[in-house]
Design a protein. Structure first.
Length: 86
């Protein structure tokens, strides 16, 4: 795993709340290894956003701003099939 991917994994997994860790970290864990440069750049910008905003976008409570409106990635984020259940 490259340093870039390790840093993204850490930033995705250790957000500060268990819910955000599961949602954002789980999303990266399931999809991150398959992403190309454009998707990784999108995710790097995403993890700089507020957890509440990301969670609202994932749950469909809010639409992401244009810079995050990548149709395929938002659709994958909204599937929530990557969240580990206890």
């Amino acid at each position: 795993m490259t340093d870039r991917l390790k840093a993204l994994k850490y930033r995705a997994r250790y957000r500060g709340t268990r819910e955000a860790d599961a949602l954002i970290g789980g999303f990266f864990d399931k999809h991150g290894a398959q992403w190309g440069e454009a998707e990784l750049a999108w995710f790097e910008a995403l993890v700089d956003q507020d957890d509440a905003d990301i969670m609202a976008w994932a749950l469909g409570h809010a639409e992401p701003p244009p810079e995050f409106a990548h149709r395929d990635l938002i659709a994958a984020l909204r599937r929530l099939d990557y969240i580990p259940l206890p």
